[in-house]
Design a protein. Structure first.
Length: 500
């Protein structure tokens, strides 16, 4: 089931999946409005949607040209769709002006409220909140959150689950939703509401599911580590649930998310960067390594990934892709011998015939060309205790995060008990073999049909005493994880390749 879901959602980019799910929610809303199932006027929803899209995309185009960057239009479309779900649908001039203003402010926030090339706050929440502050003196409210209605909850919940699952942020969403239910539910129960009724009220009449799935989960404003993400979710839930007010500043879902974003920035000041292509080198007949020089010291931990933004005429997967970093952090900081002179960052990828438009555009870059890094994140990290014996299961290009970890161990001179199980359809092919050997890992080769609870103990007799790490294609990861657990491995960590 896990592999099937990944295969389905992995056919499109994260941005396209968000666009599709939001469009479905809005389409259902219009239909329900025509049928009088929900309150808003259907023509008001459509009119507001049109105005917000034009305003958001227009502001984004102008701001991008002034900043001399390529506009990311699909991101702006997503922002416009979210803003439409938040502001009050209207066909009046003041209402449409307020909605358009929220869209414009949301777009501009991506260029004004930035830190080293990264926007700090969720654009839709920021736009709606600031527009509300401006409209406060004129008696014009903005944040309405009409999407929080029982009739739309099933569609919103399915969309939220798909996005949270795709980004592997389901636990983060649950932290926010459950804590919000506890905090608001406790107040409702104190006023006489039955506990079950309190839970139902929070889920149906408060935008907790929408905010968790479509806004809190935004990768660019979430910190990179899981504990930091849980903290952000908890702070957002508290700000969402505990009433307060000082003049025009009062409790609202959009302000709660802005506060959560500020906390996320405080615990992890991640900035954007760019990489200058130095060279590319073949890893195998169908895999290539790209080597870059970072524009500034790029801090990351072995096993983390980065997201690259490469403007081009994109296919359905979009202009951004994530790749595990294959080089050691010491090489990126220039503190260890690397693949060339100066700081270096390397990524490895499959390069099959007829691959994605992103990989085709990347293959056409000339040395010296620059590509933007929009985020560095991930929790696929080795345990801090060097005494823990490890089993690394690498499927094909899934070797890349292990290459970074093994190269870092070698650079630091740290010895660990590691068995590297390489699963390949091509006998004898072990990508980054040199890094594994330099770190002293014991290499065991296997075929995909040996990923079974019976065959694995024959390949690695002491696997039950080891902590498992699995990286590769979604189908291989799902198979290996299940087989390892059934073979006695208690803890198995997996690395997820979105849009593999």
């Amino acid at each position: 089931m896990r592999a099937r879901i990944d295969a389905l959602t992995g056919r499109v980019s994260m941005y396209r999946l968000a666009t599709i799910t939001l469009a479905i929610v809005l389409a259902q809303a219009v239909l329900f409005a025509f049928l009088d199932v929900i309150g808003p006027d259907p023509y008001a929803i459509l009119g507001t949607l049109g105005v917000v899209i034009v305003a958001t995309l227009g502001a984004n185009e102008i701001a991008a040209r002034l900043a001399r960057v390529v506009p990311h239009r699909e991101s702006s479309v997503i922002t416009a769709l979210i803003v439409t779900c938040i502001v009050q649908p209207s066909l009046t001039t003041p209402g449409l002006v307020a909605a358009a203003g929220a869209g414009v402010l949301a777009a501009l926030s991506k260029y004004i409220l930035v830190w080293r090339g990264r926007h700090l706050l969720n654009p839709a929440a920021t736009g709606v909140w600031v527009a509300g502050l401006i409209g406060y003196g004129f008696g014009q409210g903005v944040g309405f959150w009409w999407v929080a209605t029982p009739a739309l909850l099933p569609a919103v919940a399915v969309g939220a689950l798909l996005l949270l699952d795709r980004t592997r942020r389901l636990d983060v969403g649950l932290v926010f939703v459950l804590l919000t239910i506890v905090l608001i539910g406790a107040r409702l129960v104190a006023t006489g509401t039955a506990p079950l009724g309190a839970v139902t009220t929070v889920l149906q009449l408060f935008p907790v599911v929408f905010l968790a799935g479509f806004m809190l989960s935004e990768p660019l404003t979430l910190p990179p580590r899981r504990w930091q993400q849980w903290l952000t979710a908890a702070v957002t839930a508290a700000a969402f649930s505990i009433p307060f007010g000082v003049g025009p500043i009062y409790t609202s879902p959009e302000l709660a998310l802005v506060i959560g974003n500020v906390v996320a920035f405080a615990v992890s000041r991640r900035g954007g960067a760019s990489l200058r292509l130095v060279e590319r080198a073949p890893l195998s007949e169908h895999a290539t390594e790209y080597r870059f020089e970072p524009s500034r010291p790029l801090a990351f931990e072995p096993g983390q990934y980065l997201e690259l933004h490469l403007p081009h005429r994109a296919d359905i997967r979009g202009t951004r892709r994530t790749f595990s970093i294959a080089s050691a952090p010491e090489a990126a900081l220039g503190t260890a011998a690397s693949i060339g002179s100066g700081p270096r960052v390397a990524i490895g990828m499959r390069t099959p015939e007829g691959g994605s438009s992103f990989k085709a555009a990347l293959a056409q870059l000339e040395p010296g060309a620059r590509i933007a890094v929009t985020q560095v994140a991930g929790d696929f990290l080795l345990p801090r205790d060097p005494a823990v014996p490890l089993l690394m299961v690498a499927g094909g290009i899934g070797m890349t995060p292990f290459a970074s970890q093994l190269a870092s161990l070698a650079a630091r001179g740290e010895q660990r008990d590691i068995v590297l199980l390489v699963v390949s359809s091509n006998p004898g092919e072990v990508l980054y073999r040199e890094a594994a050997e330099a770190a002293g890992a014991r290499i065991v080769e296997a075929s995909p049909d040996q990923l079974t609870p019976d065959a694995l103990p024959e390949l690695v007799p002491d696997l039950a005493s080891r902590r498992g790490f699995v990286s590769g294609a979604p189908s291989l990861v799902a198979t290996a994880r299940t087989a390892l657990r059934r073979a006695g491995v208690r803890r198995v960590h997996t690395d997820y390749f979105a849009g593999y």
